[in-house]
Design a protein around this ligand. Structure first.
Ligand SMILES: Nc1ncnc2c1ncn2[C@@H]1O[C@H](COP(=O)(O)OP(=O)(O)OP(=O)(O)O)[C@@H](O)[C@H]1O
Ligand code: SF4
Ligand SMILES: [Mg+2]
Length: 335
């Protein structure tokens, strides 16, 4: 497997993972040979436009794929052990205790008729076999960790603000002491200030608890502030992977470059969002060759016919015909 830090023993290894959805008798490949490794305590951003396969990747790792999904290839290992990601029963002991997912829109995920302390305690009872009293004590601990006074534990979800509810979701995700938290757009439904507070909280918890974080977002600027590394997805594939510093300073894939250019930067006088021309591809009718070629300003003849493979490039990886290998290592033929 090609990855950024393959020489270290990885917490999570995703190798050649493909997932297909069956819809009205038609099969749609939502992710295609996705490979990456995640180290303990590492924060990786997973970025791409709507439909690029971010949630499918996350759900597959957590064993939460919908019933019409099928793992059509690849494997996932946690601490070297193969996970049966397409077997809900086999994945149950893993979820919450090793990998937890925080979704956007906490109001939908929380049960409106139960006090939050009870909801946070529940996974500790179910997964760790704690007594009600032990689980409640643990729930108080994690409420404090996420900055909610423990006496607010008796509140019902509707009595809390959106930001507080998202903190509750994070507390619940932490309750069984997992090593990996996957945040699927965890701040999207929040205002900018609350969004910044939640991201700061995730960063603090990460260093305090040595948590690995996979942060899913369509917003590269969120990743810039919260992650060590970023993987860019397009049409179900990882097209670029590198450190945040590297990718922002010198993006190699044209799609990454356009994503960065689309971010408004008032400091440099760039106040408006510059959208990437064209639409994300229809996966039912995936473009030939490089899926980005109909929108790519640098497309060449080969781009419409050959799928570029994701290959090691310096510290990172890139899938683009503008970069090709030489005997000495990989060199860029175009900047
Ligand atoms: N349950 C499902 N059944 C059929 N197709 C699905 C299902 N879930 C996702 N898809 C399709 O799989 C592809 C990848 O979707 P996914 O939700 O993983 O993308 P995403 O990057 O998370 O997008 P978004 O930013 O909108 O959340 C899309 O084409 C989507 O329409
Ligand atoms: S492979 Fe070709 S079309 Fe795809 S991103 Fe690179 S230059 Fe553009
Ligand atoms: Mg999604």
């Amino acid at each position: 497997m090609t990855n950024l830090s393959q020489d270290k023993a990885s917490l999570l290894e995703v190798d050649g993972l493909s997932v297909e959805y069956r819809l009205k008798g038609v099969s749609l490949r939502a992710i295609d040979r996705v490979s990456f490794a995640l180290q303990a305590g590492e924060a990786v951003g997973l970025v791409g436009e709507s439909g690029s396969g971010k949630t499918t990747t996350a759900m597959a790792i957590a064993g939460l794929l919908s019933p019409n999904a099928r793992v059509s290839g690849g494997q996932v290992r946690y601490r070297g052990n193969l996970l049966s990601i397409d077997n809900d029963a086999a994945m149950r002991p893993h979820r919450w205790t090793e990998t937890s997912v925080v979704f956007q829109g906490a109001m939908n995920a929380l049960n409106p008729v139960h006090r939050i302390i009870k909801q946070i305690a529940e996974p500790c009872i179910l997964k760790l076999g704690m007594s009600r009293a032990e689980a409640t004590a643990r729930a108080r601990e994690v409420l404090e960790l996420v900055g909610i006074p423990t006496d607010r534990g008796t509140a019902y979800p509707h009595e809390l603000s959106g930001g507080m509810r998202q903190r509750v979701m994070i507390a619940m995700a932490l309750a069984c002491r997992p090593s990996i938290i996957i945040g699927d757009e965890p701040t999207t439904a929040l205002d900018v200030i609350t969004q910044a507070q939640i991201l700061k909280l995730l960063g603090k918890l990460r260093s305090q608890l040595n948590l690995a974080l996979i942060l899913i977002t369509h917003d590269l600027s969120v990743v810039a502030e919260s992650c060590d590394r970023v993987m860019i997805m397009y049409a179900g594939r990882i097209v670029e992977d590198g450190t945040v510093a590297e990718i922002f300073a010198k993006p190699k894939h044209p799609y990454t470059r356009l994503l960065i250019e689309s971010i408004p930067n008032p400091a440099s006088g760039k106040r408006i969002i510059r959208p990437i021309p064209g639409d994300p591809p229809n996966l039912m009718n995936r473009p030939s060759g490089c899926a980005f070629h109909p929108r790519c300003p640098s497309a060449m003849g080969v781009c419409a016919t050959e799928v570029p493979s994701l290959e090691k490039f310096g510290w990172g990886r890139v899938a683009c015909h503008l970069h090709r290998s030489s005997q000495e290592g990989r060199v860029a033929v175009h900047a």
